[in-house]
Write a protein that binds this ligand. Structure first.
Ligand SMILES: NC(=O)c1ccc[n+]([C@@H]2O[C@H](COP(=O)([O-])OP(=O)(O)OC[C@H]3O[C@@H](n4cnc5c(N)ncnc54)[C@H](O)[C@@H]3O)[C@@H](O)[C@H]2O)c1
Ligand SMILES: [Zn+2]
Ligand SMILES: [Zn+2]
Length: 363
């Protein structure tokens, strides 16, 4: 019997989201139903609503969530009813080219639930990032459930399901920040601040936060930024060079997703440095760089999907670090909200008033 629950849906491009009745089928083979306890509002949800990801409306939004498994389908062995899990959008297949060569963090064929959740009239929903978690119960592939220590509250744990993992992994996995290195992070939202926290954890000694909002720069200091730059006041490339002996940083991370910012990150880095692109551009964006500069500067330009994380490896480890007081997950939670407040949370995000608004479900 399908469950009837409430969820947040983006029906058409740019239109405000609405609360709808969602039908969640019983889990089929390899699937699981999860009672969502908390789900963060990520900028990617807003990208979906704005049609910036694709046109497969209607979308069931939300994808940064923790909860408890309430049912599993046939053949599921990795989780059981009652397990406390973070939902992930990288359920690795184990069989694709990337998995076979031992790089499952790049899996090209990740698993999602085979069945669709629907509106009450049967219209199939596209689940954001194959999850869809602004909803009381959600249907996922069992591989999308990663068990973690239940001592971590869902408001904090859920954030690892997307933005915080993407940011921290952009620094620790993709950028491979090493002890003593210098790092600049452009954009200090939830993703950027997680990159700052990740760079600190990895031992970076100079961490430069760049954001247009002074309030964001203040918060960034709390996550480990040693210097701040507001591009409204000064040229960020010049400022970053001045802060690093005239050279630029070892790792420059774009956590905005805009060509202008990517260009700044490109020029703000030292010779042989790494540029990491974790912000998501829209399909119409292009960038032009002199080929000789790409060649002459050496190093690498890398994009970072989900912080190149392997959920089964990285989620439990970061949760343990959090429980030991070494990774500040709680500090990302600006406010907890009800399911019907997601639209307001988008507005607050756009005004720069919050790092993460987190939907919590009354149980
Ligand atoms: N690669 C991934 O796997 C992944 C995962 C999650 C989110 N994202 C993307 O990361 C980006 C950031 O997400 P978020 O949730 O932190 O968003 P957010 O809106 O909370 O933060 C963005 C920050 O960038 C700042 N900013 C905007 N323009 C700027 C500029 N020109 N220079 C400097 N700072 C600027 C804003 O003031 C804001 O603080 C988004 O594009 C999102 O889609 C990527
Ligand atoms: Zn694979
Ligand atoms: Zn996200």
């Amino acid at each position: 019997m399908a469950h009837e629950v409430k969820g947040v849906v983006a029906r058409s491009k740019g239109a405000p989201v609405t609360i709808e009745t969602i039908l969640v089928p019983d889990p089929g083979p390899g699937e699981a139903v999860v009672d969502v306890q908390a789900c963060g509002v990520c900028h990617t949800d807003l990208h979906y609503r704005e049609g910036g990801i694709n046109d497969d409306f209607p979308f069931l939004l939300g994808h940064e969530a923790a909860g408890v498994v309430s049912a599993v389908g046939a053949g599921v062995t990795n989780v059981a009813v009652g397990d406390y899990v973070i939902l992930n959008w990288r359920a690795v297949c184990g069989e694709c080219r990337a998995c076979r060569r031992g790089e499952p963090q790049y899996c090209f064929n990740t698993h999602n639930a085979a069945q669709k959740m629907t509106l009450a009239d049967g219209t199939e929903l596209t689940a954001a990032l194959g999850i869809g978690a602004f909803v009381e119960k959600t249907l996922v592939h069992s591989g999308q459930c990663t068990k973690v220590n239940p001592a971590a509250p869902p408001t904090a744990a859920g954030l690892l399901g997307c933005g915080v993992m993407a940011g921290a992994g952009a620094a620790m996995n993709t950028g491979a920040v090493r002890r003593g290195e210098s790092v600049a992070v452009f954009g200090c939202g939830g993703v950027g601040d997680a990159a700052i926290a990740g760079a600190k954890l990895a031992g970076a000694t100079t961490i430069i936060a760049v954001d247009l909002e002074d309030r964001k720069l203040e918060w960034a200091k709390g996550f480990g930024a040693t210097h701040t730059v507001n591009p409204r006041e000064t040229d960020p490339v010049e400022a970053i060079r001045a802060m690093t002996g005239g050279f630029g940083v070892d790792v420059a991370i774009d956590a905005v997703g805009h060509p202008k910012v990517l260009e700044q990150a490109f020029y703000a880095r030292d010779l042989a440095g790494r540029v990491v692109m974790v912000g998501v551009p829209t399909p119409d964006m292009t960038i032009e760089l002199p080929a000789i500069e790409i060649f002459g500067r050496g190093g690498a330009i890398k994009s970072s999907w989900y912080g190149d994380c392997l959920p089964s490896r990285d989620f439990p480890a970061l949760i343990d670090l959090y429980l030991q007081g070494r990774f500040p997950l709680d500090d990302f939670v600006s406010e907890t909200i009800a399911l019907d407040e997601v639209e307001e949370a988008f507005e607050k995000m756009q005004k720069g008033e919050v790092l993460r608004s987190v939907v919590v479900f009354e149980k």
